[in-house]
Design a protein. Structure first.
Length: 184
């Protein structure tokens, strides 16, 4: 199977629109690789909808000192109970590293923990190099990697397009490897 044959969904939550905007830019970038992505607001997603996709990209911003974006928080008991075993997942998070450097992208870490519990295989980890923050719940123990793409539209908006383009390329390659392993 090829990546272009997969059903790909991008599910986002947002308060002021940035996470949706970045989702649209990821969609455009995926199209350049021949991959169609369907964008869905978490307020309209259900476990049943989720289960129709082979590859899911989840977008979440962090609010109020490490808080979870409200629609995602409300979806915890419903949407995040989906069984995604055998599916591929990737995450992206939005935050402000200078304004909230003790809580940078915490919500992405929260979401990662829950997505892992759905049984999905998570890809798309992203280096912490090039970011300045003190603490984050979205990093590994060594603080070398985020559990997904880190976007800062408040402080580093000029780097966003390049980051998206690199990350999408990484996703395409990691997906191809996974699909090859599965067919071997
Ligand atoms: C009141 C307020 C609280 C915030 N708290 C955090 C935070 O704890 N951690 C973080 O990384 N970013 C924080 N941010 C930055 C937002 O995550 C960022 O602006 C993001 O792009 C918003 O995404 P949205 O438009 O999709 O809601 C905060 C921003 C505001 C205005």
């Amino acid at each position: 199977m090829q990546l272009s044959e997969l059903n790909v969904g991008l599910i986002f939550g947002t308060d002021t629109g940035n996470t949706e905007d970045v989702g649209t830019r990821i969609q455009t970038e995926m199209q350049k690789h021949g991959v169609e992505v369907e964008l869905i607001n978490i307020t309209e997603a259900s476990p049943e909808v989720c289960e129709t996709y082979d590859f899911l990209i989840f977008g979440i911003p962090t609010w109020d000192f490490g808080g979870i974006q409200q629609d995602w928080e409300e979806a915890e008991e419903t949407f995040l109970t989906a069984n995604l075993t055998g599916k591929i997942a990737a995450l992206y998070g939005l935050g402000d590293q200078f304004g909230y450097g003790d809580f940078f992208l915490d919500a992405m870490g929260w979401l990662h923990e829950r997505v892992v519990k759905t049984g999905a295989t998570v890809i798309g980890f992203w280096p912490t190099e090039g970011y300045e923050f003190t603490e984050s719940q979205a990093v590994n123990d060594e603080k070398t990697e985020f559990c997904g793409l880190a976007i800062d539209e408040d402080q580093q908006f000029e780097l966003t397009d390049e980051r998206i383009s690199k990350w999408v390329e990484q996703l395409v390659n990691e997906c191809a490897e996974l699909l090859q392993e599965l067919s071997a």
